[in-house]
Design a protein around this ligand. Structure first.
Ligand code: HEC
Ligand code: HEC
Length: 305
């Protein structure tokens, strides 16, 4: 009897505990943001920091070296040395003033392969795009090209310049190629119709075939009045008020700009060894454009009398 009562109470007690669960409580507030993480280590610049030799190099002297590396104006000894073939005196002989080789202003000019044995063949390399697509160290090696073709050989392939140029001159050349070359289209337009100069042996006797080069829009992006002012201060003392005082290969300065716009800017910017025209006369592209805008005028800057 006692046990039954106990069991009944137990059942009652269990039943009393089994109520329905209450509703889910509200979601708690968002926790606090965690503390900021540590900064990561600095990444490396691609393709690495520029070497001091490049930073300290002089691209204007590099341009002078591109024209004639052995001159004192360009940091050379003044003498190319007895063993150096004249073919290798000037980078521009093979790569042209515009760096475009035989696809640009030298498309109608080449050497041995067109039976002109006083000149080397013009390269088909586009040095302007090489200059921006390689690292400066790679460019250095490409200029030096060691071991390359020896420099006393008559040939058009790249010579080994490591024995002729100082390390400083090569860095100057690298800096020139990357930073100081002016985009031709900023100074003039050039249309080359036909393929680069070659000898056509399919006819008898063989003939040299040349493309036609047409320059236009010379100085179209410049300001002629500013160019006249710049000419008066920087050029007139030697070339005369109208550019006719000096005979430059049968041309006045005005005619030179009109007929050889691919070359004139180079001389204004990088000088001409042995003439008193030092490297760096006109260094900005704007001033070069202005000078072209002025000198293209045949009335103000006529041909030689
Ligand atoms: C006699 C002709 C000649 C002369 C002079 C010459 N080069 Fe070259 N250069 C070439 C030819 C051809 C090539 C491409 C084929 C080769 O490497 O032989 C070339 C290749 C190069 C290249 C590598 C371009 C690339 O994309 O691979 C550089 C840079 C260069 N020359 C710079 C110079 C500089 C700077 C000078 C003057 C110090 C110079 N060259 C003088 C003919 C010449
Ligand atoms: C200190 C005198 C002097 C000054 C200043 C001068 N030139 Fe000359 N320039 C010369 C001499 C000298 C020649 C070579 C004449 C000759 O061929 O006999 C020359 C030649 C040139 C040539 C032709 C180079 C060649 O390869 O035949 C150009 C282009 C030229 N000068 C442009 C200019 C320009 C542009 C200015 C002004 C920014 C200028 N020059 C300032 C003295 C000077």
């Amino acid at each position: 009897m006692k046990r039954l009562l106990f069991l009944g109470m137990l059942v009652f007690a269990i039943g009393a505990c089994e109520g329905d669960q209450g509703p889910t409580g509200p979601t708690g507030a968002d926790g606090q943001d965690g503390a900021a993480g540590n900064d990561g280590a600095d990444g490396q610049d691609f393709p690495g920091p520029l070497p001091d030799e490049y930073i300290n190099a002089d691209g204007i002297l590099g341009g002078a070296a591109y024209s004639k590396w052995y001159t004192t104006d360009a940091g050379g000894t003044g003498d190319a040395g007895a063993t150096v073939s004249a073919d290798f005196f000037r980078c521009k002989a093979c790569h042209a003033w515009d760096g475009l080789g035989n696809t640009g202003s030298y498309a109608d000019r080449t050497g041995q392969s067109t039976l002109t044995d006083t000149r080397p063949d013009v390269s088909s390399v586009n040095l302007r795009s090489s200059a921006v697509s390689y690292t400066v160290d790679a460019l250095f090696d490409l200029v030096v090209h060691s071991p390359g073709r020896t420099i006393d050989a008559m040939d058009n392939t790249h010579p080994d310049y490591s024995t002729e140029l100082t390390v400083g001159q090569v860095w100057n050349l690298v800096k020139f190629m990357r930073e100081e070359w002016v985009e031709p289209g900023l100074l003039y337009d050039l249309e080359v119709s036909g393929t680069a100069m070659y000898v056509d042996y399919s006819v008898g006797p063989p003939v040299v075939v040349s493309p036609t080069l047409t320059y236009s829009n010379i100085g179209a992006l410049g300001n002629a009045a500013d160019g006249d002012a710049s000419y008066a201060t920087k050029c007139a003392a030697c070339h005369g008020a109208d550019g006719t005082t000096l005979d430059i290969g049968g041309r006045s300065l005005g005619l030179f700009v009109r007929e050889k716009p691919n070359e004139a800017w180079f001389k204004a910017k990088f000088g001409e060894a042995g003439t008193g025209m030092d490297p760096g006369l006109v260094t900005t592209t704007t001033e070069l454009q202005d000078l072209y805008a002025a000198l293209v005028d045949e009335t103000n800057y006529p041909p030689l009398p």
